[in-house]
Ligand binder design. Sequence first.
Ligand code: TGC
Ligand code: FAD
Length: 397
Amino acid sequence: STSFNWQDPLNLASQLTEEEQAIQETANSYCQKRMLPRVLEAYRAEDYDKQILVEMGELGLLGATIKGYGCAGVSNVASGLITREVERVDSGYRSGMSVQSSLVMGGINEFGTQEQKDRFLPDMAKGKLLGCFGLTEPNHGSDPGSMETTAKPHTSKKGYLSISGSKTWITNSPIADVMLVWAKLQETGKIRGFLIERADCPPGTLETPAIKNKNGLRASLTGMIQLDECPVPEENMFPDVEGLRGPFSCLNNARYGIAWGTIGALEDCIARTREYALERKQFKNNPIAKYQLVQKKLADATTDAAYGLLAALQVGRLKEEGKAAPEMISMIKRQNCDRALYNARVLQEVFGGNAVSDEYGIGRHVANLFVTQTYEGQSDIHSLILGRAITGIQGFV
Ligand code: TGC
Ligand code: FAD
């Protein structure tokens, strides 16, 4: 049909396979029925129910693009649709899923030994074993290449390395069983990936304190990873990958997911604002949705959401064929995070004083979307990645 649907303005659905549509419906139904009812309390209490990852595991939503190991093996577009549905509820819930699926399971699947894959992936797919990804350090965020965390041969334990250093702003670190930590091998000065298992760390060698009192992403746990001569078996190191290519390859998948997810959050802002504007009356008993300035806000946001989804779809299809350049992912990560944040802030105005009440949900999305613009490469960093690709000149240093 040629009719216009404000919830899918450019008919994204027409570009999806039946399987992708079915996966989106499963994810939507779980997220709306089971996650949405918990988010307000979780956000207020700054709490994350780790049972959510078990439930997602039961539905096959974790590490969904991975083939084998109990994972669903779905398309990159289907995985983007899952992310969109989760973030429609809350960016923090998507964050918990992203680190588990894209950053840790994805990293193990791409760079791990067969033994590491067999040992970690099946339980991670079930949400029984929780992961976190430690790249950022207190003194090195946008520039992880300058990291200080170091791995050197252990002085007393044969076959072990000793890792010291600290990572900060790490999603899920307080509850993670396995931490994918990036550290420089002292011998070569090259960055390598290590799977650190909490249960095997002697007392005093690993601490994961939570970072509390956040003003965004409160339904997600964030913490540090402090390592003090922590012994890690050599077989827990990724065998071949060296340098920033390791962590950035994991980030390509997570950044791609965020491009879909943030539009899910924006779509929720649009739906909430539309409903509010149709009900709220001011001046001569008119719904405020009648006023042109309000309509423009909705038109702008709906347009940006529709464009953002089609761009993410295109990159997803290219990714499936192995043709997605990292710069394409920078482009959609930056654009979708920025437009989602900008429009959510504008739509918040439509709620008047009620925007300040957490019951209306819009303020939560605005605070969360600020974080999405910051992590996995702050938007200005993605501008520089694109600028370098356009001009051939790096503008970072
Ligand atoms: P540069 O010279 O650009 O590259 C160094 C090496 O890395 C390779 N590389 C990539 N490989 C695969 N995919 C990519 N996207 C890649 N980008 C770079 C590159 O080919 C090179 O390889 P080699 O073999 O030649 O050594 O490195 P640089 O030091 O100049 O980097 C600059 C910059 C700004 C691009 C980079 O450092 C950057 O992206 N910074 C942002 C940091 C960031 O994204 N941190 C994310 C932390 S994790 C997180 O936030 C998780 S939140 C999760 C949640 O809760 O949802
Ligand atoms: P900085 O690098 O200090 O940047 C500060 C500002 O300076 C930014 O606006 C930046 O764009 C700008 N800037 C820096 N360099 C340049 C330059 N050359 N040119 C122009 N501008 C520049 N990290 C992980 O490793 N794992 C996680 O799971 C994780 N989860 C997170 C969860 C939350 C809630 C948050 C807030 C962060 C998380 N992070 C995680 C960290 C995140 O990736 C970093 O915060 C981010 O990469 C930015 O680093 P920074 O905070 O050190 O900021």
